[in-house]
Design a protein around this ligand. Structure first.
Ligand SMILES: C[S@@+](CC[C@H](N)C(=O)[O-])C[C@H]1O[C@@H](n2cnc3c(N)ncnc32)[C@H](O)[C@@H]1O
Length: 254
């Protein structure tokens, strides 16, 4: 049984959400990559590669791309494989532990450098307005304490005409799939988390909650449009369990 006190911890309000997220991702950082592989049977690698490719910048030289909420850097590493020479990839995350895993992985790789910046994505103070050629984000938007503020910051730093590509968990609607989805997130994920962490961890119990409180694919499309983006579309993977949204900053925006 979840006590009332535990429930309060499991469902952080906007004020405490950023602290909760940073602290708890730090605690599970060591098992995060194994968790992704076991939770998705490795399929997350394909979705993340598609995310990098959806920037439309494959083989482009001299471009600057941000991977926000980069964590241990899967998408940043895919970007590294597809971008042309003289490009810059900047991986941003506010969890020092998650970024240190990315730095470990980068240590054994050649090619384009990936810079890491420990920062809250709602204030990208290092990036000038209209300076970035594309932004990717994987499984981050749902976790942001200030989604509207962060979207407006993403909009600010993108160059006019540039794309924001967002991968996150979606909502599924056919009743049977919805039941499987619910079982998977509410039962399997906390058990898998417990197996990997050695004991139950609140992050794996927060995960199903974070999905319920996150807009579905069409609501997120509208939210992106309200943030100023145009030509917004999304692609569902696995019946909408995961969705990839692509949003463009208008050519004439500043
Ligand atoms: C689920 S992980 C995703 C990691 C990686 N993008 C991936 O797809 O595997 C979410 C990441 O978002 C980061 N994060 C959440 N809110 C953030 C914020 N406001 N600013 C910076 N990073 C944030 C967490 O620290 C965590 O590393």
């Amino acid at each position: 049984m979840t006590s009332r006190r535990n429930r309060e911890i499991l469902i952080p309000g906007p004020e405490e959400k950023a602290v909760f997220i940073r602290h708890n991702f730090g605690e599970i950082a060591d098992e995060y990559d194994r968790f992704n592989d076991l939770a998705t049977f490795g399929i997350h690698r394909i979705w993340k590669k598609k995310t990098a490719l959806a920037t439309g910048l494959a083989m482009q030289r001299g471009v600057t791309v941000l991977d926000l909420c980069s964590g241990s850097g899967d998408i940043a590493l895919h970007l590294k494989n597809i971008l042309g020479t003289d490009s810059r990839i900047i991986a941003v995350d506010f969890s020092a532990q998650m970024l240190s895993h990315l730095r470990e992985r980068l240590g054994i790789q050649n090619g384009i450098a990936v810079e890491t910046v420990e920062m809250d994505v709602s204030r990208l103070t290092f990036a000038g307005s209209s300076s970035i050629d594309a932004i990717t984000m994987g499984f981050g938007l749902r976790n942001l304490a200030n989604r509207a503020e962060s979207l407006s910051e993403i909009f600010r730093v993108l160059k006019p005409g540039a794309l924001f590509v967002n991968l996150d968990i979606g909502h599924v609607h056919p009743p049977l799939i919805e039941k499987i989805h619910q079982f998977y997130f509410e039962r399997y994920i906390p058990l898998l988390g417990q197996f990997l962490h050695g004991e139950p961890h609140r992050m794996y119990e927060y995960l199903p909650h974070s999905i319920k409180t996150f807009p579905d694919q069409s609501a997120l499309k509208i939210e992106l449009e309200r943030s100023g983006f145009i030509d917004v579309f999304y692609q569902n993977f696995l019946f909408g369990t995961v969705a990839l949204h692509v949003a463009k900053k208008p050519e004439r925006a500043v």
